[in-house]
Design a protein around this ligand. Structure first.
Ligand SMILES: Nc1nc2c(c(=O)[nH]1)N[C@H]1C(S)=C(S)[C@@H](COP(=O)(O)OP(=O)(O)OC[C@H]3O[C@@H](n4cnc5c(=O)[nH]c(N)nc54)[C@H](O)[C@@H]3O)O[C@H]1N2
Ligand SMILES: Nc1nc2c(c(=O)[nH]1)N[C@H]1C(S)=C(S)[C@@H](COP(=O)(O)OP(=O)(O)OC[C@H]3O[C@@H](n4cnc5c(=O)[nH]c(N)nc54)[C@H](O)[C@@H]3O)O[C@H]1N2
Ligand code: SF4
Ligand SMILES: [Mo]
Length: 733
């Protein structure tokens, strides 16, 4: 008989890193609860945590590699699957050149320590410039601002949530998302604590979100106009002398450029475009600047838009000018035990566009191209055309703009290899699917999210379950594929091959031990605690608290100048485009074509991008893939609450049930992303029964931030009508 045992693990689903206690009996999960002994999450968990059991047990989760033969997937051995994959990719590269193979890395890659350590080797072995990832439908602008201002794309300042007295949240809904670029388990408690200590929380969002309802104040803002709003806030701060001296400010150059930039951007000028009154804008800036401590925080609502990079930069510039950067209660840099920033200058330079996409000329950043360009790179003939694709932990058919077009393009690939444990909307187009073990069958350490957390912490968890015989974690699949691709390389590539082998021999734990020894806690003095080693982490399985964030400047800067660039030239050069954008936005509010509404996305607590809808307990209840509309707009479009609406954009149309609510800003509608599981050939039985539609059958791949190429999801123009009222034009998602 087995006695049940409860072991601490970390939830890998979102950025919050909640500690969980998972009780198992034999090979089965018997319960999942919050780990009260985790020093960071202190017992918190959300409804998704228990769904880890469903994921573990899911009969639809792939456990054996699949190869497509005559249009049907057949299970094969690992050796055969890896051989077929490597042969297919090498054949395409031999015939058409290295860039003919594209790669796409999805979001769970960064939640898997093994994958994040070993994917780079595969990318190097492929040596293609057609590298894509979820970054360009997400946080790319944050990396652009961090790299150009501080010298490294991962030097993203994090709100010091537990000490701030004033938090302004622009385009984020942490009560649903559990926080992003702000790892903070139990964000609801932490926001409540701000108010309990006399501080304020202010939300700027085109929807009165869960977070807005729990805040002191909420302002509706017209989607895509945050850059105008932030420029006006900068104007107010400078015109009214609300700057504050600080150590960070003493390290900054180009402050005079900020002054030039802000001239003319008065609240009165931008107010009609943003939908906020000039008074409200000025008050927002004044209150922020006057608070004893404050953090201005923006997330996907401001980064996934046409002025994403400018908006993200302005947020940091405002924090800098008002003395909030690198100060307790403001926005601060982390000191992670395993440091992805590294000792020297950036692993990626601060330049944007060292090369460009072939068809549209979109810029490279950090070695990647914007995924909005992937479909056209596959479709457009000529030298350099993409003819093969490797996806890792990604579902771009549902998560990238105009996913329908990408989906059609995938059908035309000569070879597609997916490392993924579901046969879903994307992987069904693959020729080979290589399924890794599930999250409870692999080790866990958050290399990425510890570098983005509101507190310095570290935690290691060995695999909860031994992987089934023959099964492999991501890192073993990736290194096995890499080694096959390296076979037959000439002597000049020997070094790379040796490096891959050496890393593979070290394994994930060995690499982490090595990195810990190079990290900031390796030589702690006894007063601060023992030097942080793997042995210490193993002895403290609930996690090790390394303290609140501490001021890190100037030591943390990685710019060549050793200074903070308050107004990086590459970003400032984009301001004329922003000015034109304002004129366009002003024209639009004056004479918007009747019936045009602006579409935004949303998340809710029981979702996790596109891939957890196969858990019955997470999809139970009322339909959640609904179109939220203001009563005025619903009336104007002739749709009633509960009716099915047809939503049409330049690129497609979908039908979704309507929820009429004054939580929406008039003129704006909201659909969640990650749905659309009704496609044939998808092996997601639970999800397929509540399929919803994909917002990305409406979003437009032509709408990107021209500066960095991030998808411009926010504010996609759409029309809405009662389903069945219009002629049958365009595809239905
Ligand atoms: N439950 C759940 N949690 C998740 C995820 C999930 O899918 N489900 N996904 C995870 C991932 S990958 C990420 S990146 C994070 C994202 O975390 P968040 O950034 O908090 O994401 P959202 O909850 O989508 O909040 C974005 C908000 O921006 C608003 N918005 C849209 N357009 C605009 C605009 O133009 N301006 C402004 N000011 N606001 C706008 C939307 O109305 C929405 O309320 O969440 C993570 N956590
Ligand atoms: N319109 C609109 N579009 C959006 C967003 C939005 O707010 N609005 N949000 C964007 C954001 S922030 C993000 S991050 C992207 C996400 O976009 P993607 O990263 O492309 O997609 P996910 O939905 O995260 O799908 C993850 C895939 O990884 C697989 N998987 C899960 N765990 C593992 C693992 O450990 N190993 C491997 N190999 N596979 C695994 C799942 O089966 C699934 O196929 O979507 C973006 N798209
Ligand atoms: S908030 Fe939920 S999904 Fe995110 S880490 Fe915690 S338990 Fe997991
Ligand atoms: Mo994301």
């Amino acid at each position: 008989m087995h006695a049940p045992v409860a072991r601490p693990v970390t939830c890998p689903l979102c950025e919050a890193m909640c500690g969980l206690l998972v009780e198992t009996d034999g090979g089965r999960v018997t319960s999942i609860r919050g780990d009260a002994d985790d020093p960071f999450s202190r017992g918190h968990l959300c409804p998704k945590a228990v769904a880890l059991q469903d994921l573990h047990e899911d009969p639809d989760r792939l456990r054996q590699p699949l190869v497509k033969r005559d249009g049907r997937f057949v299970p094969v051995s690992w050796g055969e699957a890896l051989d077929v994959a490597a042969r297919g990719l090498r054949a395409v590269q031999r015939r058409h050149g290295r860039d003919a193979v594209a790669t796409y890395a999805g979001n769970p890659t960064v939640h898997s320590v093994g994958a994040s350590l070993f994917l780079p080797f595969l990318l190097r072995a492929l040596g293609t410039r057609n590298r894509y990832s979820a970054t360009s439908v997400d946080q790319l602008p944050h990396h652009v601002a961090a790299a150009t201002m501080f010298g490294h794309p991962l030097l993203i300042p994090i709100p010091d949530l537990d000490r701030t007295q004033h938090l302004v949240i622009i385009g984020a809904n942490p009560l649903a998302s559990n926080g992003s670029l702000m790892t903070a388990p139990d964000v609801a408690r932490r926001l409540k604590a701000i108010r309990a200590r006399g501080g304020r929380v202010v939300v700027v969002d085109p929807r009165r979100t869960e977070t807005a309802q729990a805040a002191d104040a909420h302002h509706f803002v017209r989607p895509g106009t945050d850059a105008f709003l932030l420029l006006a806030m900068l104007h107010v701060v400078l015109a009214e002398g609300l700057e504050r001296p600080s150590r960070a400010r003493d390290l900054a150059v180009e402050l005079d450029v900020l002054r030039e930039v802000a001239a003319g951007w008065t609240p009165e000028r931008v107010a009609p475009a943003t939908g906020m009154s000039a008074d409200a804008i000025a008050t927002l800036a004044r209150d922020f600047a006057a608070a004893p401590s404050a953090a201005l925080y923006g997330r996907v609502g401001v980064s996934m838009q046409e002025f994403g990079a400018v908006s993200t930069w302005l947020i940091t510039a405002l924090n800098l000018l008002t003395g909030r950067l690198d100060e307790p209660g403001g926005v601060m840099f982390t000191t992670p035990a395993v440091d992805p920033v590294g000792a020297k200058g950036g692993y990626a330079p601060d330049r944007i566009g060292r090369w460009h996409s072939r068809v549209r000329g979109l810029p490279e950043f950090m070695g990647e191209l914007p995924v909005a360009a992937l479909a056209e790179e596959i479709e457009t003939p000529g030298a350099g055309q993409v003819r093969a694709l490797v996806t890792h932990a990604g579902n771009p058919v549902l998560s990238t703009p105009n996913g329908g077009r990408l989906e059609r393009a995938l059908g035309q690939l000569e070879c597609m290899v997916s490392v993924d444990f579901y046969l879903n909307e994307t992987t069904r187009h693959a020729h080979v699917i290589l399924p890794p073990v599930g999250p409870l069958e692999r080790e866990h350490y958050d290399v990425v999210f510890n570098a983005l957390a509101v507190r310095n912490v570290a935690k290691w968890a060995p695999p909860l379950f031994a992987p089934p015989a023959g099964a492999m974690p991501d890192w073993q699949i990736l290194s096995a594929l890499t080694e096959r691709l390296q076979r037959g390389w000439r002597w000049r590539a020997i070094k790379q091959r040796m490096a891959t082998r050496a890393m593979r021999r070290m394994g994930v734990k060995g690499i982490l031990s090595h990195e810990l020894a190079k990290g900031p806690y390796a030589r702690r003095t006894p007063g601060d605690g023992p030097p942080l080693t793997m042995a210490v982490l193993e002895a403290q399985p609930h996690g090790v608290d390394l303290g609140a964030l501490v001021p890190m400047l100037p030591g943390r800067l990685r710019t060549a100048s050793g200074k903070i660039h308050a107004a990086p030239a590459a970003i400032v050069a984009d301001l004329p485009r922003v000015a034109r954008g304002l004129e366009r936005a002003l024209d639009a509010v004056r004479g918007q074509p009747p019936g045009t509404l602006l579409l935004v996305g949303r998340r809710e607590l029981r979702s996790n991008n596109s891939w957890m809808h196969n858990s019955a307990r997470l999809v139970r209840g009322k339909p959640r893939c609904t179109l939220l509309m203001h009563p005025r707009d619903a009336a104007a479009c002739g749709v009633a609450d509960g009716a099915v609406a047809r939503v049409t954009s330049r690129v497609g149309a979908v039908e979704a049930p309507v929820v009429v609510t004054d939580a929406m800003m008039p003129g704006v509608v909201s659909l969640p992303h990650g749905w659309g599981h009704g496609r044939a050939g998808v092996q997601l039985r639970t999800a397929a029964a509540v399929p919803g539609v994909s917002i990305n059958d409406l979003t437009d791949d032509a709408r990107v931030d021209a500066l960095c190429g991030v998808a411009g999801f926010s504010g996609t123009p759409v029309t809405v009508a009662r389903a069945g009222d219009e002629g049958a034009d365009g595809p239905v998602g």
